[in-house]
Structures are given as C-alpha cells and as structure tokens.
Design a protein around this ligand. Structure first.
Ligand code: 13P
Length: 252
C-alpha cells in the first residue's frame, strides 16, 4: 500500500523542514505501508535531507521529457534524481487543466522519468461532465493507454497509477468506494492486457480525490485500491499520519 501526500503549491523549504522532521518521528513505528511526500521543487532537497534513512519517499510533482535543454521554467528528471528524490508525479489533472498537459506530453515525461531510474506516479481521471455523459471508461482507457504505452514490462514495477476523478479533487466529495473499485478494476484489466499477470498485479493503483482520515478505511479496503494520493489532508501532520496508520492497519 502506498500513501502519497501531494503538497501541490504549499510548503516552502522552511515549513518542509519542520513538517518532515515531525512526520519522520510520527511514522517511525508505522509498518506495512509505503509513505511518500511530493513537495514543490524548491523544497525537494530539504525533504530528501530530512527523510533520508526513514521509510518516507520523496517525489517531485512534475519532470520534463528531456534531460537538459532550452526549456525555461522546467526541471528535468536528471535534476530530480540528482537532488536525491525517488520519483515524480506526472500528468496530474491540475497540470492537464491549467498547463496544457496532454496524453502525449504525459507519455514523454513518463519515459524520461523511468529512463532516469526514478519511479513515477502517473495521474488520470475523468471530469464530472465526462462521468455524466458515461464517458468514464473511454476517458480512462485513452489516458491509461498513453501511460502504459510509455512503460515497458521491465519498468512497470516502478509505475504507480493514480486514479483521480477531477470532480473529487479538492471538492470534499470523494468517489464512493464502489466507484473507485470499479475504475480501478477497469484499469487493472488494461494492465492485464498489456503486461504479464504478475506485473499487472504489481502495478499500484492508488485513488486520489478528497481522501480524509474519515473515508480512508473504506476506500483502501477495496480489492484494487492499493493506496491513496492525498492532497489537502496531507498538509496537516495529524490527518496525513492518521491516513497512513489506517492503511497500515488494513494491509501490508
Ligand atoms: P484533495 O485530496 O485535496 O482532493 O487532492 C487530491 C489530489 O489532487 C492529489 O493529487
């Protein structure tokens, strides 16, 4: 089980130091769950420094598809690796919505991240309109094809897919456990078509969208829900730790 906290554009280096120190201490005895934080770029080095030797991994929130070049404002996977981070989140819906990220750029970024020996959390999910028009599976299938098309069998163990329905992000309105399980089972089927069974089973499918301590247990106990990508509730130590403890109590 993976519980990852996506900090979005919150927590500069100073706050990162105090938060990570407290998080490491708080989770020292929590076993059977992989935990990760995803700080903004300028806080990555501090997060890596504070969490070194702990059971908490560090992911960047994006990475470019080239190792270097004339790409003002971008950060490459090589740079993310050099700072000591474990991986990168790619294709978050906020990047797709506000920064013109497409299935094609998502696939390119994923390839470069994996080529840099990093892990990737690839995000996808339908909008409210798409769900209402019964386009959920068509959208997930299109987005997932781009993601898994970019990941060879031998790199798939470093792939996590985050199902994040756009209507559930930051709205307080999480997907029901059944909606999450249905989407994850659909995605699992796509993985089975692409990889051998063991690999398809090993790719982690995590759910994101208004995950809180109060709904974590029912979401995480679904068969194909292998963890959570937590936004708002990952910013407070107590709520994030509570979700991690819930996950540890459910499965190892
Ligand atoms: P919230 O948990 O704030 O809904 O955000 C989810 C998310 O976007 C995680 O990547």
């Amino acid at each position: 089980v993976l519980i990852a906290g996506n900090w979005k554009m919150y927590k500069g280096p100073e706050e990162t130091v105090s938060f990570c120190a407290a998080l490491a201490a708080r989770l020292a005895d929590v076993e059977g769950v992989d935990v990760a934080v995803c700080p903004p770029f300028t806080s990555l080095a501090e997060a890596v420094r504070l969490l070194d030797g702990t059971n908490v991994a560090v992911y960047a929130q994006n990475a470019h598809w080239e190792r270097e070049g004339a790409f003002t404002g971008e950060v490459s996977p090589t740079m993310v690796a050099e700072v000591g981070a474990d991986g990168a989140v790619i294709g978050h819906s906020e990047r797709r919505q506000h920064f013109c990220e497409t299935d094609e750029t998502v696939a390119k970024r994923i390839r470069c991240v994996l080529d840099s020996d990093l892990r990737v959390i690839a995000c996808l999910g339908e909008t409210e309109e798409e769900r209402e028009q019964e386009l959920t599976e068509a959208v997930l299938s299109r987005q997932a094809d781009a993601v898994i098309g970019a990941v060879d069998q031998d790199a798939a163990e470093r792939l996590t897919i985050a199902y994040e329905p756009v209507w559930a992000i930051g709205t307080g309105k999480n997907a029901t456990p059944k909606q999450a399980q249905d989407a994850h089972a659909f995605l699992r089927g796509l993985l089975v078509d692409r990889y051998d069974r063991a690999t398809a089973g090993a790719v982690r499918l995590v759910y994101g969208g208004s995950v809180k301590p109060e709904n974590a247990a029912e979401l995480l106990s679904q068969d194909d829900v292998d963890g959570a990508l937590v936004g708002g509730a990952s910013l407070e130590l107590e709520s994030f730790a509570a979700i991690c403890e819930t996950a540890a109590g459910i499965r190892s």
